[in-house]
Write a protein that binds this ligand. Structure first.
Ligand SMILES: Nc1ncnc2c1ncn2[C@@H]1O[C@H](COP(=O)(O)OP(=O)(O)OP(=O)(O)O)[C@@H](O)[C@H]1O
Ligand SMILES: Nc1ncnc2c1ncn2[C@@H]1O[C@H](COP(=O)(O)OP(=O)(O)OP(=O)(O)O)[C@@H](O)[C@H]1O
Ligand SMILES: [Mg+2]
Ligand SMILES: [Mg+2]
Lengths: 231, 231
């Protein structure tokens, strides 16, 4: 379960303040499968970054229950955050963030080893094979197509069997068939394995196909569904 | 007009050959507006790279008429290719390739200045404003959201008023409204200004909305439309 309370986050360029998150309040059940939608620049990636412990908000609390009790990750020490990121959550970044000097397999294996799962190498190969990348295990990121890099990023997020999956536009560079495979897989993670899955997407059709009652963001705030229907 | 004849291109990882382009034959009329579709890894970005003079094929010819006569760009010298890239074509890359140490405005202005158009700074500001980025002119790429970076990349490709526009998934990180704005703009470039526009996209709905008779690629080859209908 996730409770986000009054979260604010600003960026500063020179002395101009950009309120990327301007009072986010949200409750998400365990095992939920939710789509996050909103116009470009409205704060979706920033929200995922603070949920993933990659960035801290200026104000507010983020309570997450990932080991039996609700913990406020905004109060974590650097070490606690590192453990949280490595073991509890899988993040698929908008721009993948693959390590350029590691092969596709090494990128996934590194995440697997950091998370203490059993058989990290075997699991990494299995996932990459499931995503059609058997022939690309030894390719470096710059030797892969856009959609191949995206699939490596997805494998890296999922191999550690995380309790919370944060996906920032996970199929932007994949064709329709592979996109559907990924959404079905992610939905299965929630429905069958009880993982909490949050997906940022611009694809309203995919969002409507796999989920209902999406989370809408505009100008750093959650907007109510009634307001959305009229825009 | 563009004539692509028997173009082949392979990549080598170790001693394994990947035939990214395996015999491409294609004729494209001047002022055409064509979508290029195909599964992840089938060769779309590679095709755009050789059309854009960023990479040379191993075999075949690419004849382009951009200054009155058909020229085979595979025979160009390094200098000729540089001039071709800077002045004649606008490329929107799958991963943008913005220069990290230049601001949004400087990124667009640099391309404008290299292309010899009049009023490069004014035109750059105009385009970025049209894309909703007035407040972000002085932001660096890492201070922009994914969709904002994408819009800067689009502005940079278009500001030089190119005769050929090559767009590799130009709206992957944009919401539906902005995506439609971009497609409408690109279509206008062809219909109203006679520019040749080739768009790689995974979004079949957008493709069908704005064009007909798409170009389909699979395993580095063009496939006939009748074959596509049955898959
Ligand atoms: N530098 C490279 N070295 C080795 N193989 C490469 C290299 N670049 C691309 N490839 C391979 O060439 C093939 C075509 O790549 P390309 O990037 O053109 O695909 P694409 O159609 O654009 O895919 P996507 O839709 O995923 O972006 C892929 O199988 C890819 O793995
Ligand atoms: N490092 C930064 N410095 C300054 N402003 C920033 C920085 N990072 C993001 N922003 C701004 O914060 C706002 C929210 O950015 P965010 O990346 O969360 O948007 P987004 O909803 O993910 O957009 P997209 O759909 O385009 O990816 C944007 O207006 C952006 O320009
Ligand atoms: Mg984003
Ligand atoms: Mg590509």
């Amino acid at each position: 379960q996730i409770i986000i309370k009054d979260v604010m986050k600003s960026y500063y360029t020179g002395d101009i303040e950009v309120r990327a998150l301007n009072g986010i309040n949200l409750k998400i059940k365990k095992g939920a499968f939710k789509m996050i939608l909103g116009p470009s620049g409205c704060g979706k990636s920033t929200l995922l970054n603070v949920l993933g412990g990659l960035d801290s908000p200026d104000k507010g609390e983020i309570l997450i229950n990932f080991d039996g009790s609700m913990r406020d990750i905004t109060k974590f020490s650097k070490d606690q955050l590192t453990l949280y990121r490595r073991q509890k959550i899988g993040i698929i970044f908008q721009f993948y963030n693959l390590i350029p000097i590691l092969t596709a397999l090494e990128n996934v294996e590194l995440a697997a080893r950091f998370s203490n799962i059993e058989n990290p190498k075997k699991k990494s190969i299995e996932l990459l094979t499931e995503f059609g990348l058997t022939e690309k295990l030894d390719h470096y990121p710059n030797q892969l197509s856009g959609g191949e890099q995206q699939r490596v990023a997805i494998a890296r997020a999922l191999v550690k069997d995380p309790v919370l999956i944060l996906a920032d536009e996970p199929t932007g560079n994949l064709d329709t068939k592979k996109s559907n495979d990924i959404y079905r897989l992610l939905k299965n993670m929630a429905v069958k394995y009880g993982k909490t899955v949050l997906i940022v997407t611009h694809d309203e059709d995919m969002a409507n196909k796999y989920a209902e009652k999406h989370i809408f963001i505009r100008d750093g705030k959650i907007i109510k569904s009634e307001e959305v229907a009229h825009k």
